[in-house]
Ligand binder design. Structure first.
Ligand code: FES
Length: 119
């Protein structure tokens, strides 16, 4: 588990990037709650800091590929092929208001779980 900060510090419609296992993670606050994805685009392996949130859709700031932040699935490939989904992890708010991400390998959604990368 890694702590992303107080839920009051991440208002709905905003996000925060934090360091965690495998590199940085993006914690997004949607109308449906908090969601966590690894901060590495499925198009090119670079940060998506500066992306736009529209409902549950997260648009990468570089070339516009859009993902469902809940599942990591690509919802608009803008013409690119063979895109990887985003790695997701369970995210919840503890009783004390702290947003926590469960980065245990059994909650991470994609093939990143087999690379042993825990830095
Ligand atoms: S790097 Fe994200 S869409 Fe190209």
């Amino acid at each position: 588990m890694i702590e992303a900060g107080s839920s009051t510090d991440i208002p709905e419609g905003s996000y925060r990037i934090i360091e965690g296992p495998g590199g940085p993670w993006i914690v997004v606050h949607t109308e449906g709650g908090f969601h966590a994805v690894r901060d590495r685009c499925g198009h090119f392996p670079q940060s998506m800091d500066g992306g736009r949130l529209n409902g549950y859709r997260w648009r990468c700031p570089h070339h516009g590929v859009t993902y469902d932040i809940r599942t990591g699935e690509v919802v608009d490939d803008v013409g690119f092929v063979d895109l990887d989904p985003l790695t997701t992890a369970a995210c919840e708010v503890r009783e004390d208001g702290m947003v926590v991400i469960d980065t245990d390998t059994d909650t991470i959604s994609d093939a990143d779980t087999d690379n042993g990368d825990t830095d």
